[in-house]
Every structure is written in structure tokens, then in C-alpha cells.
Ligand binder design. Sequence first.
Ligand code: ZN
Length: 132
Amino acid sequence: MLRNWLRNFMIGRYGPDQFNMALLIVTAVLSVLSAIFDWWLMRILAYIALGYTLFRMFSKNINARRRENDRFLKYWWPVRTKIINQYRKFRGRKDYAYFKCPACRNNLRVPRGKGKIQITCPKCGERFIKKT
Ligand SMILES: [Zn+2]
């Protein structure tokens, strides 16, 4: 009954996407912070973020919402990749040394503890000596 109602209600409406997920996370963070610091401005921002999330979710202007999501992803993907790379680097810090190729700036990973070795960049073929 309720499920049917919800399904009918959502017909022609936009629904969830990555941008809405991000907005929900922002809402949650702002709510927690406003509870800790008892800061009214943060609470208002949390309500605005939540309101915007709901507005997008139930919006019937699907094309406009899709464009917003595309714009969001365009900025978010490079940031996400950077975060993941930093995390990988951090996890592998005991086993690997990381260098940038002096010629093409390509990121290189070599095993640690091999002393001074010659590294060949797989992308451009540049050779350089580094202590690992
Ligand atoms: Zn290179």
C-alpha cells in the first residue's frame, strides 16, 4: 500500500543520484557539527542542504537535475581519484617508495629497501637514479 503510493509518487520524478548522496553526507556532517558546537548557522545550513536534497529528489525537471549531477561529477571525480591515490600511498608507505618522473611527472612506485637503483619510467622511458 505505502510502497505502491511511493512508487506512484516517484513516477516522473528524479530520485537519488551521486550529487544527492554528497548533499546528504554534507547534511549529516553539518548536523553533527551543529550539535557539538551548538552553532545555529550550521544548523540552518544543514536544513538548507537537506531541503535541496529533497527538492532534487522529488523534482520533475529531470534534465536540469541530471545536468547538476554531471557538473558535480566533473569536479568530484578528480578529487575522488586524488583521495584514493593518497590513501593507497599511505597504505603502501612501508613497502613502496613513490617518485615522480622528472621528465613527464608520471607517478612511479618502486619497492622499498633496495638501496640506490635506476628507475625507468614506463610511460616515457626516462631513466633516473633514486635511493629507495
Ligand atoms: Zn616519464
